[in-house]
Design a protein around this ligand. Structure first.
Ligand code: ATP
Ligand code: MG
Length: 565
């Protein structure tokens, strides 16, 4: 890529940052931040924002990105979430160094700013009930009505606000509001609420405060206090921007530039923390880190690598239009990364016993297998071969239809890294189910080729019956049956679209012995089956794997179809 090329490819936010650097608008500084509210676990949508904010900072000389917990709401926030958020950002590969901030650290400063606005006649204490405030606010087509408390004197406002802080009034009885314009076409400008009374304990400030700033009041101030240059947020805050501008301009304080981008939506996925929490609480999944969840911890447990998630965020880029990304693209990025990095092993998910009648009963051969054809430095390993093996049940058919080239009575196939075998006999149980195959092998085909040049049409994976280890394997499908989970009939919600078959657990799988003691989090390609990751539930005595993604690539097909259109 030449330089011209790379400049034209900058997304619109990076183009703004590049332009600002060129004109030295911020004195050459680039300071971004990632500002999560600690009220749930991070999801893949947050990853988009993390990659953007930390990414832009990392790409700029001297650029910095802060981690700031937006902990202004004492009711929904928990310490547990703070730790998980830090862990997830680190795992994604980003570092806030010593710049870990909390909005609650600015409560005193925010209070002083509010006093400043009251003194300037730009804020007032309002005694309307929440319902009345809503009523007075008007609608898009009906202008709002001034609160009867709007013209209180500065002295009265200062006195009441101080007493709000001192805890003299019950919850919900009073608020502090900005005095802007009840006729503004932008509803956010109609005397927005800045403080409400909440007699609630805060996870960091304890009982020190009983008035808490609203998001609208706090958010712009936090960015101003930290000297953020590019305050990047999602599109729904676009029409809040005039309000943030108003606050900062009335206060006469440092004023970052806010830039809005479209949030990530993924097909077959819900993204809001509120909805994800419902899935956890109602038992549709086994916790926030269930491998079917779009949370970072869920994706990690499933076996996705941080590199794959970063690649995905790069591929989707950022823009100004809301759209839905096909989940197949995420899977494609995961597959692409795991293909490069995962050692290959053999595992049989639904075992069918094969006895090789002409192979000596007491013989075991150690056959050489390639660890990763994509990476010569990964080397080779030995896989034991013996008289009794397991193959995949679906690799055999007694009456094979056309185009089924795998094992069938009388037919010869190759066992990967081993020999040609031919099926000579089929053993069934009383229900007629095939329970065992008898085969012969050709000793001259060791390594996989026949000296006489005869060909076979299929190569199967296998494990040695006596040497393989038992494993549990969990297969996952989309968590929702509909592309848009919110597409529902009247009277039911997105949970009615949960896929009842999103998890299939196989208890009697067999894996090659090199997997003994594989540590949780290790990732492998099971040859011909897909990418798998050792689950947290795994132990030395009982291996448990998650299927991260299958080998087939629907995304490649989609792309091809798009190209051919
Ligand atoms: P949710 O609706 O999922 O609860 P949120 O916006 O309330 O998300 P925050 O903790 O406030 O969650 O988000 C922290 C940052 O992550 C914000 O800057 C927000 O814009 C960004 N973010 C959240 N969801 C997405 C998404 N789906 N795509 C891109 N960025 C997102
Ligand atoms: Mg939020």
């Amino acid at each position: 890529m030449n330089t011209n090329d790379s400049t034209t490819r900058l997304d619109f936010i990076r183009a703004i940052v590049a332009e600002d650097l060129k004109t030295s608008k911020w004195g050459g500084r680039v300071i971004t931040r990632f500002p999560p509210e600690p009220n749930g676990y991070l999801h893949i949508g947050h990853a988009k924002s993390i990659c953007l904010n930390f990414g832009i900072a990392a790409e700029s000389e001297g650029g910095l990105c802060n981690l700031r917990f937006d902990d202004t709401n004492p009711i929904k926030e928990e310490e547990e979430y703070i730790e998980s958020i830090k862990q997830d950002i680190r795992w994604l590969g980003f570092d806030w160094e010593d710049r870990l901030y909390y909005a609650s650290d600015y409560f005193e400063q925010m209070y002083q700013y509010a006093v400043q606005l009251i003194k300037a006649g730009k804020a007032y204490v309002c005694d309307l009930t929440p319902d009345e405030i809503r009523e007075y606010r008007g609608t898009l087509t009906r202008r709002g009505k001034d609160s009867p408390y709007r013209n209180r004197s500065v002295e009265e406002n200062l006195d009441l606000f101080e007493r709000m802080r001192a805890g003299e009034f019950p919850e919900g009885s009073r608020v502090l509001r900005a005095k802007i314009d009840m006729a503004s076409p932008n509803l956010n400008m109609r005397d927005s609420v800045m403080y409400r009374i909440l007699h609630a304990k805060h996870h960091r400030t304890g009982d020190k405060w009983c008035i808490y700033p609203t998001y609208d009041w706090a958010h712009g101030l936090e960015d101003s206090i930290e000297g953020i240059t590019h305050s990047i947020c999602t599109l729904e805050f676009e029409n809040h921007r005039p309000l943030y501008d108003w606050f900062l301009d009335e206060l006469g304080v440092y004023h970052p530039r806010q830039i809005e981008f479209a949030r990530l939506n993924l097909s077959y996925t819900v993204m809001s923390k509120r909805k994800l929490q419902q899935l956890v609480q109602r038992g549709h999944v086994n916790g926030w880190d269930d491998p079917r969840m779009p949370t970072i911890c869920g994706l990690r447990r499933r076996g996705c690598s941080p590199q794959a998630i970063r690649n995905f965020c790069k591929r989707i880029s950022v823009n100004k239009f809301n759209s839905t990304v096909d989940i197949a693209l995420l899977e494609h990025c995961v597959r692409e990364d795991l293909n490069k990095t995962s050692p290959r092993v053999m595992a049989v998910l639904r075992p069918l016993k094969v006895v090789i009648d002409n192979y000596p009963a007491d013989q075991v051969e150690e056959l050489e297998a390639v660890n990763n054809p994509e990476d010569a430095s990964a080397g080779t390993r030995k896989v034991p071969f013996s008289r009794e093996l397991y193959i995949e049940r679906e690799d055999f058919m007694e009456e094979p239809p056309k185009k089924f080239y795998r094992l069938a009575p009388g037919r010869e196939v190759r066992l990967r890294y081993a020999y040609f075998i031919r099926c000579t006999d089929v053993v069934k149980d009383e229900t007629g189910e095939v329970v065992e195959l008898h085969c012969t092998y050709d000793p001259t085909t060791r390594g996989g080729d026949a000296p006489d040049g005869r060909k076979v049409k299929a190569t199967l994976h296998w494990v040695s019956a006596a040497h393989s280890l038992e494993a549990e394997v969990r297969l996952y499908d989309h968590l929702f049956t509909k592309e848009n989970p919110d597409d529902v009939e009247n009277g039911v919600d997105f949970k009615s679209n949960v896929n009842p078959n999103s998890l299939e657990t196989l208890l009697s799988c067999r894996v090659e012995p090199s997997l003994a003691g594989a540590a949780p989090g290790s990732r492998y390609q099971f040859e011909r089956l897909g990418y798998f990751c050792v689950d947290l539930d795994s132990s030395v005595g009982k291996l448990v794997f998650n299927r991260t993604v299958t080998l087939r690539d629907p995304w490649a097909k989609i792309r091809k179809a798009q190209k051919n259109r």
